[in-house]
Ligand binder design. Structure first.
Ligand code: M6R
Length: 612
């Protein structure tokens, strides 16, 4: 949630900060602002409701010169999105300027205390309270670093923040508790950000702050301390992707680009990890806990949203092929319901961003309870990746579109690899089936390309259904999680209400919704669930619902039951969710674009949910 950029260095920084904010807009985009220290030592603040381009169009930026500044793109938590609540927020004297990501939970108490001291407020934000609290301590101690530290010791909640002080203009102070923050070390310049996307065009050398730490960033260097004032030494890390990977490369939207990138992304997930000769899978990052996983008494998968759907499929696969009791939990529920973790339990945490607040909190709770924790993460060096005992990166590359697409299919591939690794070691999967699956994995990217190459076919169906008010998505077995994911994709980017259900469960209630206006998407591969799915289709047909099927290439029988068919190549059942997801991603994409929706930045959403 929210994007933060800060700069101190030898260049005019306004353009750099604006550029960085644009790259971070996927994290939040209801308002934006910048604070620049100008050549007269004054801090100029510009902020505006709406996207960064609206901020740009509003003010004559070109005149603004300065080498130190901070910027913010917001996803509102306290106070509606408007010009006043946009960040940067200042204290009442205008001395302190602050951008903040997170929630100050005790802001009302702090506000009352400051009001009693004569402080006044203009916005509804918790951030303005923090800016005033820093000024309050600065007035007492006349030391900026100390003032930030003292203020933060009073704060309860989460923050990633960058703050400037007109009275000590040579520095930016940053701090982190629960919201990601890092800085990149360029030549004669340092750029701060909540996300590597705003740094990569300047440098690949980055330093991540940990929770409870702050850093004083100056033109000629930096120092990191804990909020308790202990000095910290931190290694410089190298970002492992390039600028081109986070640009649109000629596609209309990031989402479309990311859907089309899946064949390559999936290959990156399994490359070098499967021995195609003997079916052995080696995942270097989890080698240290491999025995714990193989001998797990129980596996608990924790995630949110799309990653939770991947986790649900993980449960199906691990139980079927590894015979390990597995549960999948919403991270937000897990941590508050006194979960039972016993010796020998392994917790798998799935997250694209590696920064989701609920997932992180659940992970910490699982560790506290003694579980061995394993991450399946996309974002290299992210908070979750660093917190787990061991982990495997999915290597999907940067995912910018708010709707997760390639991360989902790569999460599935990672879970398949873990399943094969355990199944082979335990002998719960036959050598014959292992061979079949690994042979199919080799040709999977080509089969994905076949689906992607036919994407224009989906536009016609999207036009037919773009004005529907509701959709049902139905699947069985491995394809039930795919139905849930298909419905989520449609909801989040087209704002059409959609539900995913196990196909047979429909009779227990949702069938009452069916009439001639209800489109029902069936995931109907030619596998052991096929005959049952056909019966479920008949039930919908009898009630005049419109049937859209995701069907296997050579299945002619399905023609008798479908109004519209989206074909996918035949594959092994464990891989079929990967192929079946792609037409559903395209369907939601083309419906949303036909409705004129902003698919990359849907309303009310943000790419990574770093508040609880
Ligand atoms: O970064 P994470 O995988 O932890 O994010 C989890 C969810 O917030 C995310 O999958 C969300 O549901 C997406 N918008 C789905 O497209």
């Amino acid at each position: 949630m929210c994007g933060i950029v800060g700069y101190i260095g030898n260049r005019d920084c306004l353009g750099l900060i604006i550029d960085g904010l644009k790259r971070l807009e996927y994290r939040g985009y209801d308002s934006a602002g910048v604070a620049i220290l100008n050549e007269d030592g004054e801090i100029n603040i510009f902020k505006k409701k709406g996207k960064v381009k609206e901020l740009e169009s509003q003010f004559d930026f070109k005149k603004l010169k300065g080498h130190t500044g901070i910027g913010h793109t917001r996803w509102a938590t306290h106070g509606e999105p408007n010009d006043i609540n946009a960040h940067p927020q200042s204290d009442m004297t205008g001395n302190i300027s602050l951008v903040h990501n997170g929630i100050i939970e005790n802001f009302k108490t702090l506000k009352r205390k400051l009001e009693n001291e004569g402080y006044t407020f203009t916005s509804d934000t918790d951030t303005e309270v923090l800016a005033n609290l820093i000024q309050y301590h600065f007035k007492q101690k006349n030391d900026f670093e100390l003032a930030v530290r003292l203020a933060l010791t009073e704060v309860e909640g989460t923050y990633g923040l960058a703050v400037m002080n007109r009275s000590e203009p040579d520095k930016i102070i940053i701090a982190r508790m629960g919201s990601p923050l890092m800085f990149g070390l360029g030549k004669d310049e340092i750029i701060v950000s909540s996300d590597a996307a705003a740094i990569i065009n300047i440098t690949k050398n980055v330093i991540y702050l940990e929770d409870g730490e702050m850093a004083v960033i100056k033109f000629d260097g930096f120092k990191i301390k804990t909020i308790k004032d202990e000095e910290i030494y931190r290694e410089v890390m190298k970002l492992d992707y390039d600028l081109e990977e986070i640009e649109k490369s000629g596609f209309d939207h990031y989402m479309l680009k990311e859907i089309c990138e899946q064949p390559e992304a999936i290959q990156n997930t399994y490359r070098g990890r499967i021995n195609f000769g003997n079916g052995e899978v080696k995942l270097g990052g989890i080698e240290s806990v491999k025995d714990d996983i193989i001998n797990a008494r129980k596996i608990i998968i924790i995630a949110c949203g799309t990653a939770w759907h991947a986790g649900l499929l993980g449960e199906y696969m691990l139980e079927e092929y590894c015979r390990i009791p597995t549960e999948v939990e919403y991270a937000s529920e897990f941590r508050y319901r006194n979960p039972i973790i016993e010796k020998g339990d392994v917790v798998l945490v799935i997250s694209q961003s590696g920064e989701t607040a609920d997932t992180m909190a659940a992970l910490k709770e699982a560790k506290r309870l003694g579980a061995v924790t394993v991450g399946i993460v996309n974002s290299v060096g992210s908070s979750i990746a660093r917190e787990v005992d061991a982990g495997t990166y999915i290597h999907a590359g940067p995912e910018i579109g708010v709707a997760s697409t390639k991360a989902f299919t790569c999460q599935l591939m990672s879970l398949i690899l873990i399943t094969l690794m355990i199944g082979k070691s335990k002998g719960t999967i036959s050598e014959k089936e292992l061979k079949e699956i690994t042979e199919e994995i080799k040709v999977l990217p080509d089969k994905m390309k076949e689906i992607i190459n036919k994407r224009n076919d989906y536009k016609f169906i999207a036009e037919e259904f773009k004005d529907s008010r509701n959709f049902l998505y139905l699947g069985r077995g491995f394809n039930f999680p795919v139905a849930l994911e298909g419905a989520l994709k449609l909801k989040e980017i087209s704002y059409i209400h959609a539900e995913g259900y196990p196909a047979a469960e429909m009779k227990h209630g949702p069938i009452a919704l069916i009439d001639e206006n209800m489109p029902v998407v069936f995931i109907a591969p030619k596998d052991k669930t096929y005959d049952k799915i056909i019966s479920n289709i008949e039930e919908i047909k009898a009630r005049k619902g419109k049937i859209i099927t995701i069907a296997t290439q050579d299945d002619n029988e399905i023609n008798n039951y479908s109004d519209y068919i989206l074909r996918v190549p035949k594959t092994h059942p464990i891989l079929s969710p990967i192929l079946n997801s792609i037409p559903l991603q395209f369907l939601s994409y083309y419906i949303a674009t036909a409705r004129g929706c902003n698919v990359d930045q849907p309303r009310n959403l943000a790419k990574s949910v770093t508040v609880e």
